[in-house]
Ligand binder design. Sequence first.
Ligand SMILES: [Zn+2]
Length: 360
Amino acid sequence: MTTTNKLPILVGHQDTLLHLYLPERGEGRDFFIRSDKGHIDLPRAREGGLAGGFFAVFVPGDPSGPQPVRLSRTDMIITGAGYEFPLPPALDLAYAQRVTMALTANLFRLETESEGQVKVVRAVDELVTCLREDVHAAILHFEGAEAIDTHLDALEVFYQAGLRSLGLVWSRPNAFAHGVPFAFPRSPDTGPGLTDAGRELVRACNRLGIMLDLSHLNEQGFWDVAKLSTAPLVATHSNVHAITPSTRNLTDNQLEAIKDSEGIVGLNFGVNDLREDGNNNPDTPLDTVVRHLDYLVDKLGTDGVGLGTDFDGTKIPQEIGDVTGLPKLIELLREHGYDDVSLRKLAYENWVRVLNKTWR
Ligand SMILES: [Zn+2]
């Protein structure tokens, strides 16, 4: 099998594992069969030039828990100029570990079933080989450290299994840090920084060579990591706060710190973090995407920006539609003035560069 697009693309964040795990979310689709549901399956990935990326393990709210299960539009509080969601409760460790184990196992099953078409990569040379040989590269990522105990035993075990990227938080609190509530317009400075256990987790990830993802982390936590971490700073799926002032987007000061660390920001396709009005409306023109990308490139250079996408995790511009819309965006960027050297960096080389500086 070959990709129709010559330019291989790696994405910083996608929630396809959750779609495959929860039939009500993925509508029962199969990763190996072309579907029109969701954003990614292997046939469509081939068509769109998607060479792989970070496969997120996300733990939804506990359905048997005492508090609300997951965010829905009915939880949304409309404010004068925008919206605000209440922060979901922290998760129970045993529940989070059970779900994390199941999603992680599903990724390994998918690798086996793929008969060589998908590989879980644990080192940069494996990733580069996948890119060269057109094998879909999967990086195991946890979106939130809820499955990690504060003794960090689970971190060691999951690292040995293949965990190479960890988001300290999703948009909720845990033992290590505090995520931002979804809100617009609002600063990401929404609460306290890392806990002592959070600082230990950062040190342990640096030591093991696990990439830390700062998307969803609040601003105090961001600065704590910036002060402590020896690795490039990474936000896998976040945009520009100066254009779209949602809590999920990055301020100019944060962008400067990411640049100083030689880190990367993965552009998020989520329309409510792209549109100036913060609306969750997929009728969003592609120049909105380009505007955030130009701004990120202006602040970080072409070495500091990649594609995050959040495929299968959020509502994206209908002009992109799904992963098969990626070549359209690349073409638009080319017309907009990005040359082949820059496009290669944005498409995959920057992710490889940052992982090369982060992984052991
Ligand atoms: Zn996310």
